[in-house]
Design a protein around this ligand. Structure first.
Ligand code: AMP
Length: 362
């Protein structure tokens, strides 16, 4: 058990780090962020900040000497760098096994398939010849995705006809793969009726707390809204998805929050991807559930009892504020029961996550 008063090290200084640090502070913990940037959304709310690359052994050593436990707010960290630099000195939760599986698309798909879950038909692709063969095998429409470093639809290209293969290959660029396997996958486009996610917190003793399943709407590959309760077409598929997410969390020995994203289809849930961490589709839990995903992550990694995931209202909606959307803040504040979150980012580029707003209907 890591008792209140201890210092939690957070790898990554974005808005997830900010909201984790706020939840940690409420429980009496200090947060120390480690990030490559000099500052970021977590700066204002963390007690300490170490700037460094994740591969920088000296910086990581200094960080490790000042924290009691380490966690991470994004999965694009080389698990082996983290393991060799932190393991043995302090606990790392979730473990590097969770990182290893969830940051590399083929690993997560293989694990899901192992538990009988469905994924979009896919093939590993390492050059443009592979890509043409993959298109022949799985057909179009399809999506080409980098195996590492993908998020918010980045590192992806749609392929509607085989003629678009070359452009798609150039669009994603051959990523500097540090993984042992392929650098990209071609995935058949799924004909879905809705998207949803399963967000659960798992304690070291295997206890899990599962949130009500939010229905998610994406625009241009980026999350736009999450709504609880989900529509009946999602609710009827949620139990199968929750069982799969639980099986994966158990297999990983996961400690902390785990998020799995799904497509609801005519043939049942199809797994899309997972994140070994708190997730944008769980932001509604801050005001919309008894205990938020951020607090439950802190509770799980510190060995405290998990909190209730019960919703606080009859309907909860979370809307992301991207780019100039955040300029709507005066009007949003004028709504009496709206919870506004701004991440303190200065540069409101189009598509950049600047904040979010949650509405809880009692
Ligand atoms: P991802 O980064 O893989 O979560 O993709 C971002 C979004 O792109 C998803 O939430 C979907 O809206 C869309 N997408 C990704 N993969 C597929 C697929 N195989 N079929 C249909 N839509 C997809």
């Amino acid at each position: 058990m890591i008792p209140p008063g201890s210092t939690i090290g957070i790898l990554g200084g974005g808005q997830l780090g900010r909201m984790l640090a706020v939840a940690a502070a409420r429980l009496g913990y200090r947060s120390h962020v480690f990030a490559p940037e000099a500052s970021g959304p977590a700066t204002e709310v963390a007690a300490e900040w170490t700037q460094g690359r994740f591969e920088d052994a000296d910086a990581m050593k200094r960080f490790a000497s000042k924290v009691d436990i380490a966690t991470y707010e994004f999965e694009n960290v080389d698990p082996h760098a983290v393991a060799s630099l932190l393991a043995g000195r302090i606990p790392v939760r979730p473990s590097t096994f969770s990182l290893d599986i969830s940051r590399y698309r083929p690993n997560e798909k293989d694990m899901v398939a192992h538990f009988g879950g469905r994924t979009a038909d896919w093939r590993g692709v390492d050059d443009s010849g592979d890509l043409l063969r993959a298109i022949e095998e799985i057909g179009t429409p399809a999506i080409l995705k980098t195996t590492l470093f993908g998020y918010d639809g980045k590192g992806q290209a749609r392929i509607d006809t085989p003629e678009e293969a070359e452009v798609a290959w150039r669009t994603i660029g051959r990523p500097g793969s540090i993984a042992p396997g392929v650098c990209a996958i071609l995935e058949r486009r799924v004909d879905f009726t809705a998207e949803f996610s399963v967000i659960l917190a798992r304690a070291e003793d295997g206890t899990t707390a599962v949130y009500d399943t939010p229905e998610n709407v994406h625009r241009d590959g980026i999350l736009h809204t999450s709504t609880v309760p989900a529509s009946p077409r999602v609710l009827e598929q949620a139990p199968e998805a929750v069982a799969l997410a639980r099986a994966v969390a158990d297999r990983l020995g996961h400690v902390g929050v785990l998020t799995c994203e799904f497509f609801a289809t005519a043939d049942g849930p199809v797994f899309n991807e997972m994140a070994p961490r708190v997730h944008n589709s769980g932001h509604w839990t801050i005001e919309g559930a008894d205990c938020s995903q951020f607090e439950n992550h802190i509770r799980a990694i510190c060995g405290l009892p998990l909190g209730s995931t019960a919703p606080t209202g009859a309907r909860v909606t979370m809307e992301n504020l991207l780019g100039a959307d955040a300029d709507r803040w005066p009007a949003l504040l004028a709504e009496p029961a709206t919870h506004l979150h701004l991440y303190g980012k200065r540069d409101a580029q189009p598509g950049r996550k600047m904040g979010h707003v949650t509405r809880v209907e009692r």
